[in-house]
Ligand binder design. Structure first.
Ligand code: ES4
Ligand code: ZN
Length: 326
């Protein structure tokens, strides 16, 4: 439709994207073959059929299993380039790729593989597609914070290439405060923080992420509406929420998109952005997420322009680049 064409042309910024969550089944099979990994699936169709999730943990099991085919820096390069090629088709102008070094380290993959593979892909995306990007190194909140600290130190050769540190994985019973020292250490190195909070976990985890980690953005944050004081804080401080509509439906954070809190978040005056999270698992990229919101909420061009501006203002991006896109 005309709106879809307009949304594709809109130069969008994607701030919440797990690069391991962009692994399409066809590439998963190709990399499994290349690396001698046995997958518990017969076919690409069987993989797709398995993507029927009840909640965040049921997704994470398949997400960590799927990324097991990633071994070398070339594998990470191929993964990211396949994503960048699709992002270009979606009209994405800027991407902040998050990755989970600990999930690879536990499989014996050294930090160098994701760092060098992803950074090479980011350079290639700039020259091939004119897409700017930034790297977010995320820590797994369901693992020991001491391990996260160790990874932060081991990542020293790439500190200048890290736009921010993040916090993801299973949220329930894993409050953000445990990572206060890790985020403080990163901040002391000049690296800001972002954190998933209020996706499956309570609104209190959003406040805790702001107060103990001093994060400058909240990933998801949709459950903030359960706490009016928190909503006021988020509004007053204009904290960006990187919301992922199709992800929330797929992981049953909301029963349907029509019932998603996005319109309520916007009505509350919050700084909302639209993102795809794990597009290979959740049924669509940036353009699909935008089109779905247009259909579910009747949002018009001005609504999407406002949210795209929110994203560009919240991005880890050189001012000269922001001036070009805004
Ligand atoms: C994630 Cl949707 C989501 N939530 C938390 N952690 C994640 N890692 C990858 N996708
Ligand atoms: Zn996420």
């Amino acid at each position: 439709t005309e709106m879809t064409a307009w949304l594709r042309e809109l130069p969008k910024a994607e701030l919440h994207l797990h690069i391991e969550g962009t692994l399409e089944p066809a590439l998963m099979f190709a990399l499994a073959e290349r690396n001698g990994v046995t997958l518990p699936y017969e076919s690409v169709e069987a993989v797709r059929a398995a993507y029927d999730f009840d909640d965040l943990p049921s997704f994470l099991t398949l997400y960590y299993q799927g990324m097991g085919v990633l071994h070398t820096r070339e594998n990470f390069f191929d993964l990211a380039m396949a994503y960048f090629d699709r992002a270009r088709e979606d009209g994405v102008a800027h991407v902040e790729l998050s990755f989970d070094p600990q999930a690879h380290r536990v499989r014996g993959v050294p930090l160098e593989a994701p760092f060098e593979g992803l950074l090479a892909a980011c350079r290639e995306a700039e020259s091939r597609h004119g897409i700017s990007s930034a790297l977010i190194m995320s820590f797994l909140r369901d693992r020991d914070p001491a391990e996260a600290m160790e990874v932060l130190e081991q990542a020293a050769p790439w500190h200048a290439s890290i736009a921010a540190v993040g916090l993801d994985s299973a949220e329930r019973d894993h409050p953000p405060g445990r990572f206060a020292e890790v985020f403080a250490r990163a901040r002391a190195m000049g690296i800001p923080g972002v954190a998933h909070a209020g996706e499956e976990g309570p609104a209190a985890y959003i406040r805790e992420a702001l107060e103990t980690l001093d994060v400058c953005r909240i990933d998801h944050g949709v459950r903030c509406l359960e706490d009016a004081d928190l909503v006021a804080t988020l509004r007053e401080r204009r904290i960006p929420l990187t919301v992922c509509p199709l992800s929330n439906v797929k992981l049953k954070v909301t029963p349907t998109l029509a019932e998603h809190p996005l319109p309520a978040l916007r009505d509350a005056g919050l700084n909302v952005t639209l993102n795809s999270d794990d597009p290979a698992y959740f049924g669509g990229g940036m353009l699909d997420n935008h089109v779905a919101c247009h259909e579910a909420f009747g949002w018009t061009r001005n609504d999407f322009l406002a949210m795209t501006r929110n994203a560009l203002e919240a991005a880890f991006m050189a001012e000269e680049r922001r001036d070009v896109l805004l």
